[in-house]
Structures are given as C-alpha cells and as structure tokens.
Design a binder for this molecule. Sequence first.
Ligand code: UDX
Length: 447
Amino acid sequence: MSLRLTVIGTGYLGATHAVCMAELGHEVLGVDVDPDKIGALRAGRVPFYEPELEQLLAKHTASGRLRFTTSYEEAAEFGQVHFLCVGTPQRKGSDAADLTYVDAVVEALGPHLTRPALVAGKSTVPVGTAARLARRLAELAPAGARAELAWNPEFLREGFAVQDTLRPDRLVLGVRSAAAEALLREVYAPVIAAGTPVVTTDFPTAELVKTAANAFLATKISFINAMAEVCEAADADVSVLARAIGHDERIGARFLRAGVGFGGGCLPKDIRAFVARAEELGTGRSLAFLREVDAINLRRRDRVVELARELCGGSLLGKRVGVLGAAFKPESDDIRDSPSLNVAARLRLDGADVSVYDPKAMDNARKSHPLLGYALSAEDAVRGAEVVLHLTEWREFRELDPAALAPLAHHPRIVDGRGALDAAAWTDAGWDFHSLGRAPGAFKAAP
Ligand code: UDX
C-alpha cells in the first residue's frame, strides 16, 4: 500500500532515499532547508553524481509521486513517516560526531506534528542518540499527538546507492513498539517481499549495527594495508596474499584491496566518532584498535608521497607528477577526505607540479583544491610526467593503453595506488611499474 513519506535532508543519503521510496510506490516529499538544493531537485537535477539516480528522479517528479519543499509545516502535515537523513559530520577540533543537523530537524519538525507520525532516523549517530531524540520529540510534539521515533540505519555505498537502497543486504529496524515495526515493514514491503532479511531490535543495538559494520569494513581494509607494509619489507606480494586468504569463506575476498586506503564522507569520520563515543561510555579500551586502523590508513598516503619523492630522485621540487583520480572512489564525484587529493595537495606543498585528472570529480576538486593543476584527460595528466600516480580505480584508467601513453610521459613511471592495473601490460609497454604492497622494483619487463 502506498504511504505518505517525507525525507528530511536531501543530501547524498536523503536524495537517494526519497527517489527510491517513490520507486517503491510511495508518495514522497523531500525536505531541505537549502532552497538551492530543493530548486535543483525540483528541476530534475541531482546535485552530485550517482548512477541511475537522475533518471529515477525524472521518472518520479513526472509521475507526481515525488515533490520537494523547504517547509517543515508542510512536511508535518503530509507525512505518516518522516525519514531523518541529515549529515553527522566530524565535529570541528574533535573526533566526535556533530549532531547539530539531527537535533535541528527534531526541533523544527516536532512542534508541527499534530497528527500521529513516526520519525525514522537513518543518519549514522553515536549510540544513545535515538533515546535522547525520542525524549525530545515527546516534549516537543503538541499535546495529544502521537509522535514516535524509530532507528533505521542506512548502509548504502556511494556509486551503488540506488541498488543498495532497493536491494539492501538487510534492513535494521530499531523500534519501541509493534506499531512502529509494522509501519516500517509496510514502507519496505516490496523490499522485504524480495527476500531481504529484517533484523528488529532496540534503539542502541540498531545504532551500533551501523557503526560496527563501518568499523569492521575499515578494519578489513587497514588489515590488508598493514599486510601490504609487511609485504613491501619482506619482498612479498600483497595482491596474491589477499587473493589467497580471501578464498577462506570465513575471511571473504571483498574489501581486501590494498592501496592508498579508505576515504569518503563515512568510514574515516565514523570510526573516529565511534572511538569518541566509546570513550564517553567508559569503554574506550574496547575500540582503541580503531585508532590504529585510522593510523595505518593515513600511513598509506604518506607512503605514496614518499614513493613519488624517491622515484623523482629524492626531491619533488619542480617535478611534474600526473595524478589519475580525485574522487575518493570510482563511480562517484565525492571528494570528501579523498586519499588522491590529499596526496596531490601534499605533493604540491613539496614543490611538485601536479596535474590531476578525474572522469567526474573535476568541478568538486577544483573548488576544494584551487591551487592544484588540472588536466583535461588522462593523457594530458601523463604528459611530461616524471611519475604518474594511479589513485582512484576508475574503469577508464584500467582501460588506458599503456603503450600509447608511454611516449607522452617524461619518464614512463607509474605507481598503482589501487592495485587495479595490469602490471604485466604496463611493464611490457616500457613502464617502470610500482604498486603498494610489493617491494620497489618488483615488476620487470618480460625478457
Ligand atoms: C561505506 C560503507 O561501505 C557503507 O556501507 C556505509 O553506509 C558508508 O560507508 P562508501 O563510503 O560509499 O560506503 O564507500 P566504500 O565502497 O565502502 O569504500 C570506502 C573506501 O574504502 C573507498 O575510499 C575505497 O576506495 C576504499 N576501499 C574499499 C579500499 O581501499 N579497499 C577495499 O578493498 C575496499
């Protein structure tokens, strides 16, 4: 059955959720305080790159199932369920999460909730937040109104956001009443009917499922990157090692790609906020290892800078470095905490003449890092380079022809910072090929 839903916050998570809820058949009202975002969405423009999203937005603004507003009053009047999808960035000068936006939504929406409604939080929050928001909602909602809270964390990955929302690995419903659970099951009825497992639980467990999942994924990446450090020292090959241990089903092959490490708007800040929250709860020791996970991750960026310096003969001053990739991962134009841009900026600080190219993230990169040099294409980034760094594994880069590129570089030297290029093909085409997790000079051209 079709429900009336609002989705509050139309950033990455909210815009995707709103569009996908309309795709499930609901009447959806997207809400944001930013009139520019609302204006863009009304005009059918998604303010970021995400495969499939713009087509689905067009489909549902045309079908009339999806509308947008800046008015909380209208939202409260309209919705049976209000999804809370605002950001929880890292607080300035601290590791903890900044809950300003989450709190602001509850403050703004609560007093208007004159009809029975369920507010379902999706944002990633420190454990304990849902219970606090439920208390606040009860204080704010007008007398007699039945406004309830639920926690329904989101696990979508950028680049696969639509698929992850329509066909998630699981749904987690943190609820305090059977009515709240029933309503959420109605929202997700087509997803549940397709066989998606549902885990129903209390607020703190629901909140923790999300942070624990992110912590595990980050740990898996840092584990393989720690192995990469050992492989570099022991003359071993981390990509073979990862493949071999991944065959063990208990370990699993995914999220074992060694390289320049994780970035983006979620994993780095979420593991820091998780540690900060555990410390507040007096159990900091339990998550102390996540500080090491963070440190290993950041060390990989240092290693790429070091390797570039070594390959340029000990100094980066005036050396041209081509950087392939600016987004924190492929199929995204998101540059938040991007390892590639962090490395590029540090190379420039050390005097290198950096030339960055990315298939989708150029505008965002230029805005946030205006002092870096930018190229119009991968070929352009390689032209005249002393060393080329492959730092975001776009398919376009995997499909480059190393033989055609070799004559463009000043020195055909490349560091594969994502373990994604075909080492034999690049080496055979005359490139001096390096990758993270293998000893320097490990790749030799075929005799
Ligand atoms: C992540 C979680 O996967 C998702 O469930 C959560 O909701 C939000 O955070 P996302 O940030 O979109 O999603 O990206 P993800 O695909 O998880 O990649 C994160 C980072 O790890 C990227 O920088 C990626 O390049 C890196 N990564 C991933 C590796 O370095 N190695 C791997 O094997 C996998």
